[in-house]
Ligand binder design. Structure first.
Ligand SMILES: Cc1cc2nc3c(=O)[nH]c(=O)nc-3n(C[C@H](O)[C@H](O)[C@H](O)COP(=O)(O)O)c2cc1C
Length: 205
């Protein structure tokens, strides 16, 4: 499976980090087209103390704990509108924007995007491929809520960065993984089932 993952400048770099690691560990994904906004690198530095400026596949491999020679990550510059994810003829399962800033959300919702993240998302919508956005802001204003509704009507999946607590998380990683599992579920990508709610016993009497 080929997927595109975009990291933008909303709070929650840790969600991108864990999602990428889980995708890598799943064995179900052969290629990840990775795109990062400029502000995403700033947020990554603030939140995880990692330097993702001047990105490269090697830098991402190191960050994700992958082998230095791993070919899983195919890194594309934000201004490279000739990149593969920019074209509908590049067959892929879809795209995840995690975390998704309100700026990127608005650009995709307007259909007037200017960079490769916006274009790749637009391509997913026009080709009927899965587009999963993980927005993060609080509180949301009316424009942001309308943008989410607009995107939902256009076929995008809005999966806000709001983890549940019914699995009784003990660590931040428990919380983060719980959300990332939901992202993988959108593509039927296998992962540990430990966060799935198994439900009460059936009411058989
Ligand atoms: C540390 C930090 C945290 C931020 N958190 C958020 C956030 O949670 N949600 C959001 O929409 N924007 C957030 N922003 C602002 C965005 O980064 C800013 O709007 C940026 O222009 C988004 O651009 P991008 O979509 O190209 O990444 C944050 C910025 C910084 C520096």
């Amino acid at each position: 499976m080929e997927l595109t993952v975009a990291i933008t400048g909303a709070s929650g770099t840790i969600y991108a980090h864990r999602t990428l690691q889980l995708l890598a560990a799943s064995g179900a994904v052969g290629t990840i087209n990775l795109i990062m906004s400029d502000t995403a690198a700033t947020v990554a530095q603030v939140e995880m103390g990692v330097n993702l400026k001047d990105p490269s596949a090697e830098k991402f491999n190191k960050w994700l704990g992958l082998d230095s020679g791993s070919k899983l990550i195919r890194y594309w510059r934000l201004d490279n509108l000739a990149a593969k994810p920019s074209s509908g003829s590049n067959r892929q399962a879809g795209m995840i924007i995690v975390p998704c800033s309100m700026g990127t959300l608005g650009a995709v919702a307007s259909g007037a995007g200017t960079n490769l993240i916006h274009r790749a998302a637009d391509v997913c919508l026009k080709e009927g491929r899965k587009l999963v956005l993980v927005p993060r802001e609080t509180p949301y204003n009316a424009i942001q809520l309308e943008n989410m509704l607009r995107l939902s009507h256009a076929g995008a999946r809005i999966l806000p960065a709001c983890p549940g607590f019914y699995h009784r998380p003990k660590t931040i990683d428990d919380l983060v993984e719980h959300l990332c599992f939901r992202i993988l579920d959108q593509f039927d990508i296998p992962h540990s089932k430990k966060s799935q709610w198994t439900g009460e016993e059936a009411d058989n009497g």
